[in-house]
Design a protein around this ligand. Structure first.
Ligand SMILES: Cc1cc2nc3c(=O)[nH]c(=O)nc-3n(C[C@H](O)[C@H](O)[C@H](O)COP(=O)(O)OP(=O)(O)OC[C@H]3O[C@@H](n4cnc5c(N)ncnc54)[C@H](O)[C@@H]3O)c2cc1C
Length: 474
């Protein structure tokens, strides 16, 4: 081992939770030479971003299409580390379709950022001239500094900035609120500004959209392989029930139904509701109750996905944004995942922030999705529907209403040698895989910083390009 490489032999870390947060922390620390024990309640890694063989259709499906963007530097860094970066299919174009089939394409041009998206926006037929002027005004207002503790909701902000109903319904609700997975009146303005700046203004690279060309579990199997290659232990199908800290020997003892593990460090990488359950079974500490009060105030938002197999090709578009209906996004899995060799086509439709849709009965939901889809792709009416699956994820993401930042805890926890990760901790990002990967890297950084090692796992943000280099400073 070269002399500059720190040697951590004997330092053990237990990571609870095998989602993106836990995996990214575990992989970073394994890479740095820690002995890692990763404990996951389910039989596979991935958490809320996973896939499984659906018994009703006998196909491996994702629990929902997950997309990432070029600005997701920590997630991409994690993929690079575990060797799956090449499995992401990237695109810079977003096709919007109106009922009836008329299309508009958003995407970058050769103009410098933040103007790169302007030519396509100006020629988009989905927006009237008044919508376009109001969007341009809205974008430039989003460039101005917005206090992080702003108590204003996005719906109020849009009213105050004179956004037209077309701009609100076809852009702010469909693209921004759906990226943040909440209603407009439950979104804090700084989070909307973050999405606007990252996806549409900083650079074409930051706004490029990535989708996995393999099922999510196959992607995250890369993490399992990586961890095994580093000698880490994976404890799957293992639910952590409690943990104790022994100050005398600086050691955590972690209790599951089947095993007891010990380690010097602990990273708890759970979603907020699992943290809520575990908290009473962690040792008393000065700020434990405060953390419990914070966690109590988080709120879930659902995402539903309808998976449809047809006997013929419906469209050659890999994906599209569907306007003015309850179904929001179409992903053409036959195109995105050609290895499936589907005879006809496999389409996945996603409904974000879909409390109303999530309340529908299975058949009602599928019928509504099909009827709406036929308005965009009339071929549906002649096609034979071969099989269907509906996935309702009621606890998909946490909301980002005004005031949420005051509730998101830092990675340092109320306990010694214990750190928090999970998409809901204080990362500045909404409930996404990037927030989860960032939280894992932050926890690993703080863990190392708590000793003397000089090691940074957090990936830097992408630099703004073009004119944004000067404008983004504000
Ligand atoms: C339907 C849906 C669509 C989404 N779409 C996108 C998208 O397009 N893009 C995007 O970036 N993000 C998307 N997300 C959000 C993204 O999936 C999450 O933000 C991210 O995966 C959270 O990772 P995490 O590690 O913080 O939490 P989780 O993935 O929830 O991982 C926590 C893990 O802890 C385990 N666990 C719980 N309790 C215990 C215990 N007591 N002992 C041991 N293990 C335990 C759980 O089984 C789980 O595996 C979507 C989420 C859903 C559900």
């Amino acid at each position: 081992m070269p002399e500059t490489q720190p040697h951590y032999e004997g330092r053990t870390v237990t990571v609870i939770g095998g989602g993106v947060a836990g995996m990214s922390a575990a992989c970073a620390l394994s890479e740095a030479g820690y002995r890692v024990q990763l404990i996951e309640r389910r039989g596979y890694l991935g958490g809320r971003a996973s896939s499984y063989r659906h018994p009703g259709v006998n196909e491996v499906i994702d629990n929902c299409q997950h997309v990432l963007f070029g600005c997701c530097t920590n997630l991409i860094g994690f993929y690079r580390l575990i060797g799956v970066e090449s499995k992401i299919h990237w695109t810079t174009q977003m096709t919007m379709i109106e009922p009836g089939g008329r299309r508009s394409i958003l995407g970058p041009s050769s103009l410098p950022a933040p103007l790169h998206g302007l030519p396509k926006l100006l020629s988009a037929r989905a927006f009237t001239l008044a919508d376009k002027i109001s969007l341009a005004r809205g974008f430039s207002a989003m460039m101005r500094p917005i206090p992080g503790d702003s108590n204003e909701s996005l719906s109020n902000w849009l009213r105050r900035h004179g956004q037209t109903s077309g701009a609100i319904e076809r852009f702010w609700r469909l693209v921004i609120a759906s990226a943040l997975n909440a209603d407009l009146d439950a979104i804090a303005v700084p989070y909307a500004a973050k999405v606007i700046r990252e996806l549409f203004m900083n650079s074409a690279q930051a706004g490029a959209m990535g989708m996995s060309s393999v099922p999510l579990s196959e992607l995250y199997d890369g993490a399992a392989q990586f961890l095994k290659s580093k000698g880490a232990e994976l404890h799957l199908n293992t639910n952590v029930e409690s943990a104790e800290w022994d100050e005398r020997v600086s050691q955590w003892t972690i209790y599951t139904r089947t095993a007891t593990l010990v380690s010097e460090f602990l990273i708890i990488a759970l979603p907020f509701e699992a943290m809520q359950k575990l908290l009473p079974h962690l040792p008393p500490a000065p700020h434990r109750e405060e953390l419990a009060r914070q966690v109590d105030q988080f709120e879930h938002w659902p995402i539903c996905s309808v998976h449809l197999w047809f006997d013929r090709q419906i469209t050659d578009l890999p994906h599209a944004v569907l306007l003015d209906r309850e179904i929001h996004w179409m992903y053409n899995k036959s195109v995105l995942q050609p290895w499936r060799k589907t005879k006809g086509s496999y389409l996945e439709l996603v409904q974000s922030a879909s409390r109303k849709f999530a309340a529908l009965e299975r058949q009602q939901a599928i019928d509504q999705a099909l009827n709406e889809l036929a308005e965009f792709f009339p071929t549906i009416r002649e096609a034979k529907l071969e099989k269907t699956a509906l996935v309702k994820e009621v606890r998909a993401t946490f909301g980002v209403p005004p005031g949420i930042d005051g509730l998101r805890p830092p990675p340092a926890s109320p306990w010694a040698n214990c750190f928090l990760a999970g998409d809901w901790i204080s990362t500045g990002w909404p409930s996404t895989m990037e927030s989860a990967a960032r939280s894992g890297h932050l926890a690993a950084d703080v863990l190392c910083g708590s000793k003397i090692e000089d090691r940074r796992f957090l990936e830097p943000d992408l630099r703004a390009r073009g004119l944004m280099r000067f404008l983004a400073r504000s």
